[in-house]
Design a protein around this ligand. Sequence first.
Ligand SMILES: [Zn+2]
Length: 109
Amino acid sequence: MKSIEWGLLFNEYHMNDYDAEELENIVEDLMIDDDVNNKKGIYYYLFNQKEKHLSIRAFSPAMKRAAFERQNGICSLCGNEFKINEMEAGARTYVPAPFIYSISDSVSH
Ligand SMILES: [Zn+2]
């Protein structure tokens, strides 16, 4: 992980506040998660929680359907019920491991 600007991360996010063991566990989980395409981004993700750093694989229609059925058509953000064609798949939540796929309606929240 040479290309990570560790010094910058330390300064910006005050790494002392983090539990080293917990961080290590999260890194391990993300490293073996096939949906995480950008392994280098894991370190940035740890500090600012922005999933864009992970380049997570896009949803397939089957994954969208599975998430829809698991949530019974309920939007994960507002709790209202929608039809599958009214919903967007792609929102994911790190819980912390592994990623769960979730869906929400097309309205921006
Ligand atoms: Zn909603």
